[in-house]
Ligand binder design. Structure first.
Ligand SMILES: Nc1ncnc2c1ncn2[C@@H]1O[C@H](COP(=O)(O)OP(=O)(O)O)[C@@H](O)[C@H]1O
Ligand SMILES: O=c1ccn([C@@H]2O[C@H](COP(=O)(O)OP(=O)(O)O)[C@@H](O)[C@H]2O)c(=O)[nH]1
Length: 237
């Protein structure tokens, strides 16, 4: 095994990142690039669990703004995360990386129903496990699902690969004067109301002391984050 900072990671990818410039759907080139980044980390001996969002397909909150019942919209959002998971599984297949998709909502034979003990055993054997359908409940996000599954599957860290290169004093997209933290405590993220990850997810990580590393999803960064662990912003106790 290569000397990596982490043995088992939970990588959280936003659905929107899969859409690329189009802003919607799945861009096959981006999917392939992300799969090859994941493949190289897996080949270095790191065990990888994956949670992919669904914002590129449906967000319950946006559907409800258009008049749809929120829980109904969230159910659609969760199904979107399964579609993204299946797309990533296909892309990892093509890289020769073993991968199992689990869903928080039963839908065999498309994918397996979530089973914590089986997930642990698959991860230990080097299989990538994609946890899809979020938490299986409306009014939650895939950030919360990432926190929950990272804790259940005994990961060393949650890696949130996103559009910005860390956590800032304010949204850096809206406020260019915002400054970046190299590291920050969970309590500070919550008390300052920093919006990079939802509060429920951060609170769960605080309770269970699950570190979170937030960094930009760019070529090479996943390897850097896994090997060196000093990229972006680390959220800790
Ligand atoms: N304090 C902050 N630090 C960093 N990013 C922030 C902050 N506040 C808001 N954001 C925004 O949060 C976004 C990431 O959150 P989100 O859109 O939920 O991520 P994703 O879609 O990757 O899951 C960033 O693109 C950034 O614009
Ligand atoms: O536990 C969950 C996770 C997700 N969702 C729904 O799935 C959508 C897509 O997830 P998210 O917005 O977290 O995706 P991302 O922003 O990471 O692409 C959400 O908007 C919700 O509608 C949900 O209802 N419960």
């Amino acid at each position: 095994m290569a000397s990596t900072k982490f043995n088992r990671i939970l990588l959280k990818l936003s659905g929107e990142a899969l859409a690329g410039e189009k802003g919607h759907g799945i861009d096959s080139e981006i999917l392939t690039t992300m799969a090859s980044e994941i493949a190289s980390v897996v080949k270095s001996g790191v065990q990888v669990a994956l949670v992919i969002g669904g914002g590129n397909l449906v967000r319950g909150i946006s559907a409800s703004a258009g008049g749809m019942n929120r829980a109904q919209g969230d159910a659609m959002g969760m199904l979107g995360t399964v579609m993204n998971g299946l797309a990533m599984q296909d892309a990892l297949d093509k890289q020769g990386i073993p991968c199992v998709v689990m869903s928080a909502i039963r839908m065999e034979p498309i994918c397996e129903f979530f089973n914590r003990r089986r997930a642990l055993s698959l991860l230990s054997s080097g299989t990538v496990v994609i946890f899809s359908a979020g938490t299986g409940n409306p009014y939650f996000t895939t950030d919360s699902a990432a926190a929950l599954r990272a804790i259940e599957s005994e990961c060393d860290v949650i890696m949130k690969a996103t559009k910005v290169d860390g956590i800032y004093t304010d949204d850096p997209v809206k406020n260019p004067a915002a400054t970046r933290f190299d590291d920050i405590t969970y309590t500070e993220v919550i008390n300052r109301g920093l919006k990079v990850m939802d509060t429920a997810a951060v609170a769960l990580c605080l309770e269970q002391k699950m570190p979170i590393l937030v960094f930009k999803m760019e070529k090479g960064n996943l390897t850097k984050a896994t090997v060196e662990g000093n990229l972006g912003t680390l959220v800790h106790c």
